[in-house]
Design a protein around this ligand. Structure first.
Ligand SMILES: [Zn+2]
Length: 82
């Protein structure tokens, strides 16, 4: 099982730690890697093919890379206004 997973919620594609966070369900808040507590809705679970409608939360993307031990050149700085 992967340690980190993506879950769309509240208009962004956030990531969460699957070892610490229960599998997200509609209407139940979970803590994303970026520190936000977000509540996914039914429509956030329609995509099962790995494609999400909402834009990536770059703070989560960065946290994922840092925690997963990516080399520094694979950890881009956060975009402004992210
Ligand atoms: Zn996030």
């Amino acid at each position: 099982m992967e340690r980190f997973r993506w879950q769309q919620a509240e208009g962004r594609r956030h990531a969460y730690n699957a070892w610490k966070t229960a599998t997200p369900h509609p209407g139940i808040a979970f803590e994303a890697l970026c520190g936000a507590e977000v509540i996914p809705r039914e429509h956030d679970f329609v995509e099962l093919s790995g494609w999400w409608h909402d834009p990536t939360c770059w703070a989560c993307d960065r946290e994922w890379r840092v925690r997963a031990g990516f080399p520094a050149h694979d950890i881009p700085p956060l975009p402004e206004n992210a």
